[in-house]
Design a protein around this ligand. Structure first.
Ligand SMILES: NC(=O)c1ccc[n+]([C@@H]2O[C@H](COP(=O)([O-])OP(=O)(O)OC[C@H]3O[C@@H](n4cnc5c(N)ncnc54)[C@H](OP(=O)(O)O)[C@@H]3O)[C@@H](O)[C@H]2O)c1
Length: 347
């Protein structure tokens, strides 16, 4: 079967290059267009960006970069768009979605009421929100991926939702690559922790209640009533976000039941079969000093959330999680999302 033709917006950035790496041998999608800012226009990937990850994307090095603008609407060699653009792009994603299915990593449309905010294992049923966009006569649509630190929180929250969560407190330690390239200056980053990331705390709160929300009989999304508080810090590791999570339940659950729920969480059968789905969305580790970046970041090829040190502390359940912000939290999550759209007939 022929593969769908995919364009990458923001192809020269950290997330864009991870998309290229992960789409290299993909069974459903092939990369046919690279787009970035006017600074990169007319150069090839090698000249404009160099390789920001490894030489894993060398085979795309001679592809030329075009400017990401509304001229893309004239193209007939694109079936879907992966957008890894910054958020403030003056409505470009909205414009392109008139013609193309567009899966976006940017935060611009995440909270729009007719845009699904998808983690395949958590809320695949929210894809039906796309039908609302189609009522306006668009041929394409926007479907969004959450912020990386939200994804990592929402997966274990979904596993624990049946126990009746009332309050969640999360404290994050986020990698430097989360700020894009070149990101935080080396003098600010090295040997230092910055206890604030602009906009991040609000994103975790508002995106989590959307993702964990439910569709009512009319197909509209009702936000979860869970109360979530977040504090976010930037730490000097290249990749991987760590989160310390504290959860209060309506009534205190049995610790072993909680551990089993995390261990056995899978997502629907259809989602389990997607090419990028990890065998275990959550990997539970028993040792109290895990997860660690050096030991656990690439578990499940970077698509699993690794959870450790699960215990009751007073009235809170607490645990520590680790997730790859560029793989599960960005390109890997976006590709898995596109696979879900494909398997559900939206592409
Ligand atoms: N990094 C992460 O961990 C992560 C995780 C989840 C979500 N995200 C989101 O993913 C998106 C990309 O992040 P990133 O880390 O890859 O950022 P990045 O490394 O800074 O890359 C940004 C990309 O956007 C392009 N760009 C910038 N301004 C543009 C403009 N005016 N017109 C067209 N293209 C423009 C850049 O092209 P040039 O090279 O030509 O400037 C580059 O390709 C952001 O929305 C970010 O919030 C990032």
């Amino acid at each position: 079967m022929s593969r769908l033709k995919a364009a990458i917006l923001g192809a020269t950035g950290i997330v864009g290059q991870q998309y290229l790496r992960m789409l290299k041998n993909h069974p459903n999608f092939e990369v046919t267009g690279l787009f970035a800012s006017s600074l990169s226009k007319g150069k090839n990937l090698k000249e404009s960006a160099g390789f920001k990850l490894t030489d894993d994307v060398e085979e795309f090095g001679d592809m030329s970069i075009e400017k990401a603008d509304e001229e893309i609407l004239q193209r007939d060699d694109i079936d879907l768009i992966f957008s890894a653009l910054p958020s403030n792009m003056g409505g470009l994603e909205e414009t392109l979605s008139k013609k193309f299915p567009l899966i976006t990593k940017s935060s611009s449309h995440r909270l729009d009421s007719d845009v699904p905010l998808i983690i395949p294992e958590v809320n695949p049923e929210h894809l039906t929100l796309i039908n609302e966009q189609r009522k306006h006569g668009k041929a394409g649509f926007i479907s969004a991926d959450p912020n990386c630190s939200t994804t990592q929180l929402a997966i274990p929250l979904k596993a624990l939702e049946p126990f009746g969560i009332s309050q969640v407190i999360v404290s994050t330690m986020q990698a430097l690559s989360g700020a894009g390239y070149p990101g935080v200056s080396s003098l600010d980053a090295s040997g230092n922790v910055i206890p604030y990331i602009e906009g991040e705390e609000q994103k975790i709160k508002s995106e989590s209640v959307k993702i964990l929300g439910t569709l009512n009989a009319e197909g509209h999304l009702m936000l979860s009533g869970m109360c979530i508080e977040a504090k976010c810090a930037r730490i000097p590791v290249p990749d991987g976000h760590m989160e310390n999570v504290f959860i209060k339940f309506k009534s205190r659950p049995d610790l072993e039941d909680v551990r089993n729920a995390l261990r056995n969480f899978r997502g629907t059968k259809k989602v389990q079969k997607l090419w990028s789905s990890p065998e275990l969305p959550i990997i539970l580790i028993d040792a109290p000093d895990r997860p660690q970046h050096r030991l656990d970041l690439m578990k499940g090829d970077g698509m699993s959330v690794v959870v450790g040190n699960v215990k009751m502390s007073g009235e809170f359940l607490t645990f520590t999680s680790l997730s790859h912000n560029i793989i599960r939290g960005a390109a890997g999550g976006g590709i898995q999302h596109a696979e879900l759209l494909h398997s559900e007939g939206y592409l």
